[in-house]
Design a protein around this ligand. Structure first.
Ligand code: IMP
Ligand code: MG
Length: 176
């Protein structure tokens, strides 16, 4: 598979993200909410670059897609921390159509946080369908399907240490 971002480039982007987050929050205590499952690798790398007092929670967002049609999004927040009166930073792997982050932020806003901001590793060019922009973005990428560094195709490839483009011949050779 074609490499879009190698390990060093990913690490540099995550370090830059941490610098921007630190500049925004300073020493203020932060509650991080990772969106499962795609954010797990970013979450692990990013939190170790942040020095403010930090709590880490997760929620799961899953949408059932068929082809290019968007499916119903389900948010499972049973495992999440209490976010009332906290400064919350939502972490996700990729901002694609944007519907996932918009719904996650709306759900968190209902829980009386002090503030909610969002950080993503990737933003895909020309795909957004919402009037919303993440506060922190490590990389803008072309409109291609990517895997690795947490991102999956059919639940595989999350463990790749680099970000790869899944091309038609890769899809054909994929073992389910
Ligand atoms: P959105 O709601 O369209 O912004 O979709 C966000 C979710 O779709 C991400 O958290 C990913 O799980 C998934 N997704 C979107 N584009 C890609 C991709 O290129 N590779 C892997 N997953 C993707
Ligand atoms: Mg995801």
């Amino acid at each position: 598979m074609k490499t879009l971002l190698d390990e060093d480039e990913l690490q540099a982007g995550v370090t830059q993200l941490a610098t921007e987050i630190t500049a925004a929050y300073g020493d203020r205590p932060l509650t991080i909410v990772g969106v499962l499952t795609g954010s797990v690798v970013l979450l692990a790398d990013l939190i170790r670059l942040l020095d403010m007092p930090l709590r880490v929670g997760v929620l799961q967002a899953s949408s059932y897609r068929s082809g290019t049609t968007r499916g119903q999004l389900t948010i499972n927040s049973e495992m999440m921390l209490n976010v009332a009166e906290r400064d919350v930073l939502v972490i996700d792997d990729i901002f694609d159509t944007g519907h996932t982050l918009v719904e996650v932020v709306a759900k968190l806003q209902d829980l009386s946080p002090n503030s909610v901001k969002t950080a993503v590793l990737l933003r895909k060019h020309g795909r957004q369908e919402v009037e919303f922009a993440p506060d922190f973005v490590a990389f803008d990428i072309p409109n291609e399907f990517v895997v690795g560094y947490g991102l999956d195709y059919a639940d595989q490839y999350r463990n790749l240490r680099y970000l790869a483009v899944m091309e038609p011949e890769d899809l054909a050779s994929h073992c389910p």
